[in-house]
Design a protein around this ligand. Sequence first.
Ligand code: NAP
Length: 244
Amino acid sequence: MEKKTALITGASRGIGKACAQMLAAAGHRTVLAARSTAKLEEVADKIRSAGSEAFVIEVDLASSESIAAGFSKAAKEFGRIDILVNNAGITKDGLAVRMKKPDWEAVLNTNLSGAFYAIQHVLPAMMRERWGRIVNISSVVGEMGNPGQANYVASKAGLIGLTKSLAQELGSRNITVNAVAPGFIETDMTHILPEELKKKMLDQTPLRRMGTPEDIASAVKFLASDEASFITGHVLDVNGGIYM
Ligand code: NAP
């Protein structure tokens, strides 16, 4: 596949870091976005020492102004973005009856609105070029629901609706829009969960293990590739079988 520029949000750790490393290894230039630039630089250094180009931008996905500023810097460095991976995400769990407005808003703003504004920013150049790949990282809970995560689940289900609508809107421009819905993956996000809950999740997972960030990155790499050029509006479950 011809060398492209891939922008990955939330590339400082976990799934986003693995996506950035795998897309770089596939021969693409990478733009790494998150709030903590020090961590992003560490990832960028690894990518550079493996022989690929990487550029770091400081972006707070909860702010459309920050997205516009960061993405403009990336465009100055590398030109248009060909592949966008909307991976950054947060949780602020709690029962709906007690959920505070800031916790609802922070999760929806970061996970859903942030992805939308990021897409809006890269679309004009993709449309002109008549080539683009957008991959949104949703979640298994966006498909099945989860008590105590109304904000997070709404954001992840919203990403699936966004994916399907944009796939229809942009297909004629040869831009594919897909989602990956990870199950239970070993990252900082799940590290903090109680052992009892982890055991329960594993008992419900036919493959009897947690996923790795690389399991998700492989799916993202595939959806961003030429091999996936006839796939759009799809939600790819990478969940060990916990939901089917
Ligand atoms: P993680 O280890 O907590 O990493 C989250 C990443 O998002 C970090 O790079 C973080 O960087 C970035 N981020 C958070 N808030 C941001 C903001 N406001 N602006 C910019 N960047 C921000 O999470 P993960 O487990 O790798 O998850 C990655 C994605 O997969 C998320 O969307 C998550 O919902 C989804 N997912 C994860 C699992 C799982 O089991 N781990 C399952 C299903 C779905 P900074 O803090 O430096 O900004």
